[in-house]
Design a protein around this ligand. Structure first.
Ligand code: NAD
Length: 293
């Protein structure tokens, strides 16, 4: 006789059921890996380098205030090209799963249970439907600019007249230079991102709000980040030290996956974000619902 066996539940769902009781703040931390499935290269990928003149630069050399001071046109060209890649991309399964979790919790009157902290500057989480209020863009957003002088923290959308496409290597001319100024005072503008030689702040990058959130979190979900930037490292090490259940999803090992494997309350899923997040976040929403019924 043929026996019908229930399909085995993935190990991470078993882990979630034992680690989290459905109450409290769920903090999701995302990095460039979440957008890789939308075709946006990560910084560690093969397409990471950028040629200026006869030299190849790595992103860590270009995404700096020092590089912008030295060669603003080249750096703007790099950002406008990256922005055109982002504009041409669409949110993927992972972005949609994260947006659906926020929407489910909000519809159930529990919006305060959700927070997304993203290092991505591509805006895809917002385009997938996450709210600006509950999405901390801790490294900025490539669709915006702000005065280079930094005395004014306001940000402005890039002018529509620039268009949305920019070829790799396309030079910046006088027309673009005239557009890339702060509407507030006409001074030269810079991309609204956090560069590697700059510090986080609250007003533009939600630094303190993120640290406060980790104090309240009862579940931390870390997706597609190599663990090489400061605030994300603080989030994950605090989760590790304070015994907050945390799960790390990445296609390959990273300092964060090592912490997840060392911690009794941690779990590492070696997989692509889009393969895992729909079922994981569905289980998160179900656990939260169950807690209220
Ligand atoms: P990173 O490039 O350093 O690391 C990406 C990580 O994602 C790697 O660990 C990789 O193994 C993993 N990964 C790749 N594909 C994946 C997938 N499908 N599913 C799950 N994981 C996957 O990126 P980072 O840690 O976010 O930090 C680098 C900096 O680069 C950040 O400051 C960020 O602002 C910036 N950045 C942003 C974008 C973007 O907005 N999309 C793209 C490139 C870089």
């Amino acid at each position: 006789m043929l026996m019908l066996m229930p399909s085995a539940s993935p190990a991470y769902l078993t882990w979630l059921a034992s680690a989290w009781d459905g109450r409290g703040l769920v903090l999701i931390l995302t990095g460039a890996g979440v957008s890789a499935e939308s075709g946006i290269p990560t910084f560690r990928g093969e397409e990471g380098y950028w040629r200026i003149g006869s030299r190849n630069y790595f992103p860590e050399e270009l995404a700096t205030r020092a590089a912008f001071e030295r060669m603003p046109d080249h750096i703007w060209g790099w950002y406008l090209y990256r922005r055109s890649v982002c504009r041409a991309a669409e949110p993927n399964t992972a972005h949609r799963a994260i947006a659906q979790l926020e929407q489910r919790l909000t519809a159930a009157g529990r919006a305060e249970q959700f927070l997304l902290v993203t290092q991505n500057v591509d805006g895809l989480h917002l385009r997938a439907g996450n709210s600006l209020e509950r999405t901390y863009q801790i490294h900025g957003n490539i669709d915006y600019m702000r005065p280079f002088h930094d005395r004014d923290a306001r940000i402005f959308p890039l002018p529509q007249a620039l268009g949305e496409t920019w070829e790799r290597g396309q030079p910046i001319g006088a027309a673009e230079r005239a557009l890339l100024v702060a509407p507030s005072d006409g001074s030269p503008a810079r991309p609204h991102v956090l560069w590697f030689d700059e510090a986080y702040d609250e007003e533009r990058f939600r630094f303190e709000s993120t640290l406060r959130a980790i104090e309240r979190a009862t579940l931390v979900i870390v997706v597609g980040t190599s663990g090489s930037t400061n605030l994300p490292t603080q989030v994950v090490t605090r989760a590790f030290r304070r015994g907050i259940p945390f799960v790390v999803i990445n296609r390959e090992p990273s300092p964060f996956s090592e912490l997840a494997e060392r911690a009794e309350h941690g779990h590492y899923i070696e997989a692509a974000a889009g393969e895992t997040l729909p079922s994981l976040l569905d289980a998160v929403a179900a656990a939260s619902d169950h807690e209220r019924t």
